[in-house]
Ligand binder design. Sequence first.
Ligand code: ZN
Length: 93
Amino acid sequence: MCEHKEFEANVHIDRLVDGDLISFIANIMVTCKQCGKPMVFIGLPPGISASQPTVSFNKSTVRLPIVPMAHELDNERPAQALTYTEQPNSNGI
Ligand SMILES: [Zn+2]
């Protein structure tokens, strides 16, 4: 029985585009380095949003909306709400 004492994190960034670029999404997955079991993120809604953190349908990927720091400080382009409800794909992800 693994006690899950070491972890690996994988991060990749998606550009969220709907005609114009809307936002960047940091996708983060964490697995146990010893047994390979994916960790799930709790307490977040499923889907993708440019304005709030969400999780994949199976909760193994947290999706964090990000913008370059200058954008946030200048408040020139506040994140627009773009949210959809995700359906599970054939991989269950
Ligand atoms: Zn483990």
